[in-house]
Ligand binder design. Structure first.
Ligand SMILES: Cc1cc2nc3c(=O)[nH]c(=O)nc-3n(C[C@H](O)[C@H](O)[C@H](O)COP(=O)(O)OP(=O)(O)OC[C@H]3O[C@@H](n4cnc5c(N)ncnc54)[C@H](O)[C@@H]3O)c2cc1C
Ligand code: FES
Length: 276
């Protein structure tokens, strides 16, 4: 793991690629100017700093090995909207990686059930690629992905390639279909009951809007997945990202330090707590 000498000092990175994934989501490819390639664990995030604009936490959406560094970003507010307008070639700041990782090693030997909602597919992508790279170490592998509508489905080419492999059960559903949509319709959590996994030996990785993760956790428990094997990735407003400022506190946890990936028992009663 890269450990910066000064954990809150951004290193310069250049945006070398930009892909528009949906109306308000884009993916940057970034390269370091001077520092070695970043090592990180699936599920971790970086703080990305647009000089003169501001800094935000963004998950790493690239594979832990074999890909350039990717960040998939939704333009929602005062930092991410101006970020969406930055041209390729712009130099930004990056610090990290921070936070906990998806427990892929612990999941080996059992089934892996991944539940993604909307942009939640981005932080899960490194975990999916990691599991596929070590496919023989897992039993059944199932990805359930839900978005608001067909136009919001991210990484369509990637999804098609995963489906074509034949060793990953992939179900994509939309809340509201358009006439040309031939896939499933309904919230993603409804697919959990039908996922082809053995609940008792399943590890579940869940990322999406918080309400979706709460319903997903409850559906997984009803399916018989052990609470300790259900892992969610949480978001909270962040400033320091290194456990100093308390901005990201959720109950007894600092999400930047203890999360963002946390097991279900550590979140009991906390998922209804609003952002500060
Ligand atoms: C650990 C972690 C990982 C994250 N990974 C990603 C990622 O991979 N990609 C990504 O795009 N974002 C990610 N986020 C969320 C991202 O940090 C926020 O969207 C960003 O900080 C918003 O900053 P802003 O200044 O542009 O918006 P603000 O000006 O702070 O917010 C503007 C409006 O957008 C709303 N808003 C803020 N955050 C979100 C959100 N996440 N979703 C919907 N509405 C929001 C606010 O409520 C407000 O109404 C992550 C957050 C955390 C904590
Ligand atoms: S963002 Fe400062 S403690 Fe987490």
């Amino acid at each position: 793991m890269s450990a910066p000498a000064e954990p809150t000092l951004p290193a310069p990175y250049r945006i070398v690629g930009r892909r528009q994934d949906s109306a308000d989501v884009f993916t940057w490819t970034v390269e370091p100017l001077g520092e070695p390639a970043l090592t990180f664990l699936p599920g971790q995030f970086n703080m990305l700093y647009a000089y003169g604009i501001g800094e935000v936490p963004v998950s790493i959406s690239s594979a832990a090995a074999g890909e350039p560094l990717l960040h998939t970003i939704r333009a929602v507010g005062s930092v991410t909207r101006p970020m969406a307008a930055l041209p390729v070639g712009t130099v930004i700041g990056r610090r990290g990686p921070y936070g906990s990782a998806w427990p892929l090693a612990e999941a080996e030997g059992g089934d892996l059930l991944i539940v993604a909602g909307g942009l939640g597919l981005a932080p899960l992508r490194p975990a999916i690629l990691g599991a596929l790279a070590r496919r023989a170490q897992f039993g059944r592998l199932c990805l359930l992905y839900g978005t608001r509508g067909p136009a919001d489905v991210l990484f369509a080419d990637q999804l098609a390639a995963w489906r074509a492999r034949g060793d990953l059960e992939l179900r994509v559903t939309v809340d509201r279909a358009t006439p040309d949509w031939t896939g499933e319709v309904g919230v993603v959590t409804r697919l959990i009951a039908r996922a082809d996994v053995d609940p008792a030996r399943t590890t579940a990785l869940v990322c999406g809007p918080e309400i979706m993760m709460r319903f997903a956790g409850e559906a997984l428990l009803r399916r018989g997945v052990p609470a300790t094997a259900i892992h969610l990735s949480l978001e909270r407003n962040m400033k320091c990202a290194v456990g100093y400022c308390g901005h990201c506190q959720l109950g007894p946890h600092f999400i930047c330090r203890d999360g963002p990936v946390l097991a279900w028992p550590r979140l009991a009663g906390l998922l209804d707590v609003a952002e500060l």
